[in-house]
Design a protein around this ligand. Sequence first.
Ligand code: ZN
Length: 432
Amino acid sequence: MRTPGYTGRVARRASLAAEDRLTGLVTVLDFVRTHGSTTRPRLVQATGLSRAVVTQRVAELLDYGLLVEGELGPSTGGRAPRLLRFRADAGHLLVADLGATSVDVALADLSGQILAHVQEPCDISAGPEAVLDRVEELFVRSLVSGETPPGSLWGIGIGVPGPVEFESGLPVAPPIMPGWDRYAVRERFARYHVPVWVDNDVNVMALGERRAGIARGHDNVVFIKIGTGIGAGIIVNGTLHRGAQGCAGDVGHMQVTDDPAVVCRCGNVGCLEALAGGAALGRDAETAARNGRSRFLAELLEVKGSLTAADVARGATHGDPTCVELLTNAGRLVGHMLASVVNFFNPSLVVIGGGVAGAGDQLLATIRETVYRRSLPLATRELVVKRSVLGDRAGVVGAAAIVTDELFRPSHLTQWLGVGTPNGGHVVAAPH
Ligand SMILES: [Zn+2]
């Protein structure tokens, strides 16, 4: 005899079963994706799922073509189990990391491994149409230069040098990107019929270092990019912290002086990056060259016509006192800001990246010294301050990581798993 609410209970039970199935699929897939090859007994042990459930979920993932069975693995008594591997070549990803003055484009497999990578100068202020036209041309070139492009395109990831509303993928009031405010980057790539994710370039770089660089194994990390501008990417408990509106870590616009002569490109007065960013270092180097403070810089300016932060780093390496002074001042300012961040957030690792950071040791040494001197002893007891190891690749590695993280997240996996791929018959548009 049916009691009231029976249909509801059946429906609820069915939806719980579907949820369990999905959780099992994601758990198994995540483990194999992140641990290389494994076996069914190892999956049972590692995931806490029952043998029957592991067997069923593995069978489904083999059917979907996301896992493959390989040779026999080590036996733990009894019959040796077959090795299971994630099919990283089932699809591929295209990623781009747009900086203020350069663009990196790469082809990656589904494990996030970079198969082809190109970099070239690019002026972000040329506007979205011109810049993204070029990105598309480089996408095509990456496909051609990648050893053997794996299966079909599964996703696109783009890093941009400004704040991004991650949910919608829209850049929001980016100070150095005229024409990009709320530009629909996702729709721009709609003809590829794959999901597109857009994030701030520093977030993307932070995630790159966490996935495949110096920050592996660190769960609380601050990544500072010192390029033309200055920004921070924050990893909290192993996850990227974007903040309520996606602009967490915008440390370049913290006020460090009330000198009205220091005007930032954001329109405010006294911002950190207006004094210590790459553009500021280039500007100060040119001033020093013109007013006779540095012969090294004056000679260089005559040859080149303009100076950059890299020239200052070169000068410091040659022992030019003005260059050393410029970098020391910049390092102190960045170090003071970082000391506040370290006291506030207590990371185990600070990674210094970006074009200026890679240019020489002087800046890093001053930043490190200032952070240790100005932070609380407890906060610095285990703190490590290191340079990015991925360098120019951090952005594309991180952009690929964002795409794989999102593609295999339960909420997105349900959208495409049934049809086999995220582009299956053009069923899946960019997520909303
Ligand atoms: Zn500013």
